[in-house]
Design a protein around this ligand. Structure first.
Ligand code: DAH
Length: 335
């Protein structure tokens, strides 16, 4: 049995160890060593049963006192450490409300998308339907159905990007214009047709100030039993005035496209200069035949315009490459 002096000594040492415990984890370890199984206090308590009644009472009181002092010291140190750890965590989590905020710049649609939407909306308000078609297109829809002859230069590999699809009977290519949707749509719908087709198109052109291998078009098609070139002129002049200004002058110059006859280019007098805006014409009877329409019973006009070009005209952009520049300092100017 330990003499009381040892217990006193133990309590003094214990208090010092407890006070010096640097963290809650350490304190738990110290607590186990001082009060747990095999500790001097636990052994002294176990030894009480071997003592006579008087000694047991005296020793019992001393052991209880020592236990109480050590327990109290541990509790006090625990409260202290918890307070310190909470304070440290709060200091680490603190938000400096005086820092300048990070403002969110609201996103916008790309200028080309905005202009395409605007153009499509003008035709939708005239009763036109909107459809889109595949970017990977067959030779038939991109060329043959549109009356391109087998040796037409646009079919050359130097102009058109062909896709390697292995053993397909037909050539598969990246569409060079949105016109194939004229044929696809007429195959699926009977006249009257009033259609606009916005979309991405591809040509084997190197990137320069006026060309991009990927660009955007909006195709239009109107087919009914008695549509005339006057309808074409009226509709497209209305469009140009809605898009560029109410007093705009337009003129139609003869041109050639395989799928329209006669064909024309519409030019507009814009800010003092004549500007070519789009291609157009009366749908060629061969196209009607290819889609299963009876050429004697229908007439129609078609048109196609470059959306990128329209965006450039609208925003005074002089180099098409600016439109595809990912630098927001450039793109944000055209909102
Ligand atoms: N597809 C022509 C091109 O990409 C544009 C065009 C011209 C479309 C006349 C038409 C049209 O529908 O009638 O150059």
């Amino acid at each position: 049995m330990e003499p009381p002096a040892t217990l006193d000594q133990l309590v003094a040492d214990a208090s010092a160890r407890i006070a010096a415990s640097p963290s809650l984890g350490d304190l738990r370890g110290v607590e186990g060593e001082l009060l747990g199984r095999g500790s001097t206090i636990a052994d002294a308590r176990a030894g009480l049963r071997d003592l006579g009644p008087d000694e047991r009472r005296t020793m019992g009181r001393l052991v209880n006192q020592a236990t109480a002092v050590v327990t109290e010291a541990i509790t006090a140190r625990r409260i202290e450490l918890e307070r310190e750890e909470t304070a440290a965590r709060l200091a680490g989590d603190a938000v400096d409300v005086t820092l300048p905020g990070r403002s969110m710049v609201p996103g916008t649609l790309h200028v080309i998308r905005q202009v395409m939407d605007e153009i499509v909306d003008i035709f939708v308000s005239l009763g036109y339907t909107v459809a889109t078609g595949p970017e990977a297109e067959t030779d038939w829809y991109n060329f043959t159905a549109l009356n391109f002859k087998p040796d037409h230069p646009a079919r050359a590999e130097t102009d058109t990007l062909y896709l390697d699809y292995g053993d397909t009977a037909e050539g598969v290519l990246l569409r060079t214009h949105t016109s194939p949707m004229q044929a696809r749509y007429m195959e699926q719908h009977q006249p009257p047709v009033h259609l606009v087709v916005p979309g991405r198109v591809f040509r084997r052109d190197p990137l320069d100030p006026t060309h991009s291998p990927v660009f955007h078009q909006i195709e239009g098609l109107a087919v009914d039993s008695d549509i005339t070139f006057a309808d074409l002129k009226g509709t497209l002049t209305h469009f140009a005035r809605e898009f560029l200004g109410p007093d705009l002058t337009t003129k139609f110059l003869p041109h050639y496209f395989p799928f329209t006859e006669p064909s024309a280019e519409m030019h507009v007098l814009y800010r003092g200069a004549w500007l070519e805006l789009l291609g157009c014409g009366m749908v060629h009877p061969a196209v009607f035949e290819h889609v299963g329409y009876e050429p004697k019973q229908v007439t129609g006009f078609a048109f196609g315009m470059g959306a990128d070009r329209m965006a450039m005209v609208r925003h005074g952009v002089t180099d098409i490459r600016h439109l595809f520049d990912p630098d927001l300092r450039i793109l944000m100017q055209y909102r």
